[in-house]
Ligand binder design. Structure first.
Ligand code: PLP
Length: 371
C-alpha cells in the first residue's frame, strides 16, 4: 500500500477513536424546514436558512431567470470580465441593510472574512479576537501575519485588559467578533467593544452571518461588517459592508476577492431577491426568534437571543447518540463536536426557522424531555 494511504488511514483511525469522525450525508432540503435523508423525511432544526428563502418560489424564479439571461457561470474574476451587472443592486441593498456607504460581494462568507482581515492587517498590527469567533476569522488573522490575541467569550473587560497592555506596541488594531455567535446563539456586546475601539484607536469587524434580520445595524466609523449570502438569504456568497474608501481598498488588495472567479449570475439574483423579500417581511426575524424562545421556555433553558440554541451535552459520543435518537423520532438536529466547538462542549445545535410551527416545537421538546 502506498505510504500516503497509510498516513491518511492512521490519521482517520485516531479521529474515529475520539468519536470525531465526520461523514458527508446526502441531504435534500424541502419546503424550507424538511430534509430528506436516506429516504426519510425529517423536520430539520439544523439549517441556517432561517426564513426558508432558499426554497421561496420568487427566489427560485429570480435564479432561473438570471441563468436564462446570462448563463450558468461568470467566466472570470470580477476584476477581469466577471463583474456582472447584477452585483450593483445587490451590493447597494447590502450596504443599505447595514447602514454603510458600500458593500463588496465575495465568493463566500469564508472568503469575505479572509479577504478583509488580510487586506487591513499586517505584521506590525494587532488582532484581538473573541475566543469563539468563527474559524474563517482566525484563519484570516493567522494569514495576515498580525499578532493574534484572544479574549474570553463576550468579555469586553478582558478585551480591554489586552488592549491596555498590548495596543501601544502595534500600528493598527482590529477586534474580531460575531453579531450572533454561530454555535452559541448569543449576541456580542457590540456597544462595549465599540467604546473600546474609540478609547484604544482600534477597529471592529463584526461577522453578521447569523444576525441578519435579528440584530439591527449599528452606525459607527470604527465598525466594519462581514456577512454571508448563504444562510438567512438562502443563496451563496459573502460580503463586507464598510465606507466607500474601505471597499475600494478591498477591491484593490483583498486577495480572496481578486484571485477567484465571480459568482454565477443565478446566485447573485437569488440573494438579491431574498434580501428584498426580507425587507418586505420584517416580521420573519421575529418569528424565527419567537420559535427559539418557545423552545427555550419549554425546556427551562436560558432565553434564546437568536434562532440558534445550543444544547450542550459534553462528550462527543453523547451528542452523536442524542442526535441519532432524535433522527429516529423524525427530527434532524446535528451534533456539533470539536474542533468546531471546544472540547467537552459537544452539543446539539438547534436552529429555528420562521416556518416552524408551534406544534412541531412542542413535539420536539416532548421528545427531548423523554430521551
Ligand atoms: C457560516 C459562517 C461563515 C462562512 O460563511 P459561508 O458563506 O458559509 O462561507 C462565516 N462566519 C460565520 C460566523 C459563519 O457562521
Amino acid at each position: 500500500m502506498p505510504l500516503l494511504d497509510n498516513f491518511a488511514q492512521q490519521k482517520l483511525q485516531e479521529i474515529t477513536k475520539r468519536d470525531l469522525l465526520r461523514k458527508l450525508e446526502i441531504t435534500e432540503q424541502k419546503e424550507g424546514i424538511y430534509a430528506l435523508r436516506t429516504g426519510k423525511s425529517l423536520i430539520s432544526f439544523s439549517s441556517n436558512d432561517y426564513f426558508g428563502l432558499s426554497q421561496h418560489p420568487e427566489v427560485i424564479s429570480a435564479s432561473i431567470e438570471a441563468t436564462k439571461l446570462y448563463g450558468a457561470g461568470a467566466g472570470a474574476s470580477r476584476l477581469v470580465t466577471g463583474n456582472h451587472p447584477l452585483y450593483v443592486p445587490l451590493e447597494s441593498a447590502l450596504a443599505e441593510s447595514k447602514h454603510k456607504e458600500s458593500a463588496l460581494v465575495f465568493g463566500s462568507g469564508y472568503l469575505a472574512n479572509l479577504g478583509v482581515i488580510t487586506a487591513l492587517m499586517g505584521k506590525d498590527d494587532l488582532i484581538i479576537a473573541d475566543k469563539l469567533t468563527h474559524a474563517c476569522m482566525l484563519d484570516g488573522a493567522r494569514l495576515s501575519g498580525a499578532k493574534l490575541l484572544r479574549f474570553p467569550h463576550n468579555s469586553p473587560e478582558k478585551c480591554r485588559e489586552l488592549l491596555e497592555t498590548n495596543r501601544k506596541h502595534y500600528k493598527h488594531c482590529l477586534i474580531l467578533t460575531e453579531t450572533i455567535f454561530s454555535m452559541d446563539g448569543d449576541a456580542a456586546p457590540l456597544d462595549a467593544l465599540l467604546e473600546l475601539c474609540q478609547n484604544y484607536d482600534s477597529w471592529l469587524l463584526a461577522d453578521d452571518a447569523h444576525g441578519l434580520s435579528i440584530i439591527p445595524p449599528i452606525e459607527s466609523p470604527h465598525l466594519i461588517y462581514s456577512g454571508t449570502l448563504s444562510k438567512g438569504l438562502g443563496s451563496y456568497g459573502g460580503y463586507v459592508a464598510a465606507s466607500k474608501s474601505v471597499i475600494d481598498f478591498l477591491v484593490n488588495t483583498a486577495r480572496p476577492f481578486i484571485f477567484t472567479t465571480g459568482l454565477p449570475p443565478s446566485t447573485i439574483a437569488a440573494a438579491h431577491k431574498a434580501l428584498e423579500l426580507l425587507k418586505q417581511n420584517l416580521s420573519l426575524g421575529q418569528k424565527a426568534l419567537d420559535n427559539a424562545k418557545h423552545f427555550t421556555t419549554s425546556l427551562n433553558l436560558p432565553e434564546a437571543q437568536s434562532p440558534i440554541v445550543p444544547y450542550i451535552v459534553g462528550e462527543a459520543d453523547n451528542a452523536l447518540a442524542l442526535s441519532q435518537q432524535l433522527k429516529e423520532k423524525g427530527f434532524l438536529v446535528s451534533a456539533i463536536r470539536p474542533p468546531t466547538v471546544p472540547t467537552g462542549t459537544s452539543r446539539l445545535r438547534f436552529t429555528f426557522s420562521s416556518l416552524h410551527e408551534k406544534a412541531m416545537i412542542e413535539t420536539l421538546t416532548y421528545t427531548l424531555k423523554h430521551s
